[in-house]
Design a protein around this ligand. Structure first.
Ligand SMILES: *Cc1c(COP(=O)(O)O)cnc(C)c1O
Length: 481
């Protein structure tokens, strides 16, 4: 009923669309990084629910004219805002093919399930996890972190907690993470019913890494206050400056204390693909669970994250259920247990693993690791350029792929300097020349350049610094410097 009436015409349109999409990617460098969608287009999009058909060619033309130019910019070589991957043309192709198969990967016995299992097995091995560990592809690290908190809760309270919920009179389950930890970990504690007050936020050292001594003291204090320490979250690449917590020391503390050890490696865990960088993550292999994203430094298109769990049985016990409409069989389509729905919140799930499989097969882990090393080298180079520039000031040591700095606004107080730098970030985005984001580092507002970009060349970095300096000089208030 909804398939093309005229397959030949649909085929022609599809071929043209594929060519347009490839042109769009091949020529991404020639376009502004970002431009705001005009108000009249936003208004037009908000029309009533279409009751009558529109020829597919007209729908496509509207997409090309009114939607495609207003990309968030992360596919561009000069996009350095937040932590966002570019993707690859291969990922685009795989996404299209996955939609053709339109598999529901909640479970059952079919190809997509076996591909997801194969991808998980690759990564269990990469992180030196046991073969009987478990894993599941997620929308991203936010949901992977949430699943990890839920599995850790199961370990602390037993599967009965699925029925009884969390009883705070039995001692508060407390988790531990540094102040540089991503906000989604706090949210996971809220959503898991533990309350964000149960996440102890610990201080960091001058390199923005957790202080293991403070962690051990906090655990001891909480125990004597009658709380129940149950989880440590370490960072493999903090979102603000790219710091790596002392993962091996955290593993030691977790083992000694008998608590769950989770690593948030959203982007940084990808450094395991590089033999040069992997030693910096020493200790990650001792974690009970690791969350990371394919859609950041592994350059798979959105969305694709992953959770790996050492104790696969505990992971399953946290989610598995067996309603009669999902009865498993020993043969046929309803076989191939366990199902992915036994490891996550979703029943219906897309074939996310295909774009991961295509990407890693095509390039190989080595080349992806080299692209990651290249970004780390570029961040170091950028740090050196900023250090050598009297107008600019680094606000944190460059440890991985993130550079936080500000424009020196001589003779002004901190508040003026802060708002000047925020304005600079906005003006740079509006110029379309480059995108960087803002953050606060050691109490100062910073321009933050995060390079998870396989398209960036060194001259994109100098171009971006020049654009920042040009905008700063043209800023009326800067004449007082
Ligand atoms: C991006 C990021 C997250 C959140 O991951 P999503 O895939 O965006 O949900 C969590 N932790 C860190 C360190 C991140 O960089």
């Amino acid at each position: 009923m909804l398939d093309p009436k005229d397959w030949a015409a649909f085929r022609n349109l599809s071929h043209a669309a594929l060519d347009d999409a490839l042109d769009y990617l091949e020529r991404v460098r020639d376009r502004p990084v970002w431009q705001e969608m005009p108000d009249e287009i936003v208004k037009r999009l908000r029309g009533p629910l279409p009751q009558d058909p529109t020829p597919i060619g007209d729908v496509y033309d509207e997409f090309v004219a009114s939607i495609m130019p207003y990309n968030s910019g992360n596919i561009h070589p000069r996009f350095f805002g937040w932590v966002q991957g570019t993707g690859t043309p291969t990922g685009m192709l795989a996404d299209m093919l996955a939609s053709a198969m339109n598999s529901n990967v909640g479970g059952r016995n079919h190809g997509a399930v076996h591909v997801e299992r194969a991808v998980i097995a690759w990564f269990l091995r990469l992180f030196a996890f046991p073969e009987n560990g478990s894993g599941v592809l997620t929308t991203g690290t936010s949901s992977a972190n949430l699943i990890a908190v839920l599995v850790a809760r199961t370990r602390a309270l037993g599967v009965e907690a699925r029925t009884t919920g969390v009883d705070p009179t039995q001692g508060r389950l407390t988790g531990y993470a540094s102040s540089a930890t991503h906000g989604c970990v706090r949210r996971a504690f809220e959503v898991a019913g533990l309350g964000s007050a149960s996440l102890r936020v610990l201080p960091t050292d001058s390199l923005h890494r957790i202080d293991p001594g403070a962690l051990a003291r906090a655990i001891a204090e909480d125990r004597s206050a009658g709380h129940r320490p149950f989880m440590i979250v370490g960072n493999a690449g903090t979102v603000d400056v790219g710091a790596i917590d002392p993962l091996d020391e955290l593993a030691e503390i977790a083992r000694r204390e008998g608590v769950w050890y989770h690593v948030d490696g959203a982007f940084g865990a990808a450094a395991m693909m590089s033999p040069v960088l992997a030693p910096r993550l020493r200790g990650i292999e001792r974690a009970d669970s690791i969350a990371f994203d394919f859609h950041k430094w592994l350059q798979v298109p959105y969305d694709a994250g992953c959770l790996l769990v050492r104790d696969g049985e505990l992971h399953r016990a946290t989610f598995a259920s067996s309603p009669s409409y999902l009865t498993r069989m020993s043969r046929g389509l309803a076989s191939a247990q366990p199902w992915f729905t036994d490891f996550t919140l979703d029943l219906s799930r897309g074939f996310r693993a295909l774009k991961v499989w295509f990407t890693i097969k095509e390039f190989g882990a080595r080349a992806i690791g080299e692209a990651i090393e290249e970004n780390v080298r570029q961040a170091r180079l950028l740090g050196e350029l900023i250090d050598a520039d009297a107008d600019l000031e680094l606000l944190a040591p460059v440890q991985l792929n993130i550079v936080c700095f500000r424009y020196r606004f001589r003779g002004s107080d901190e508040a003026v300097t802060d708002s000047f730098n925020d304005e600079l970030v906005i003006r740079l985005q509006e110029s379309g020349d480059a995108v960087v984001s803002s953050t606060t580092v050691s109490g100062h507002r910073a321009l933050r350049i995060c390079i998870v970009n396989q398209r960036t060349r060194d001259d994109d970095l100098t171009y971006t610094l020049d654009a920042i300096k040009r905008l700063a000089a043209a800023f009326p208030a800067s004449q007082s410097t």
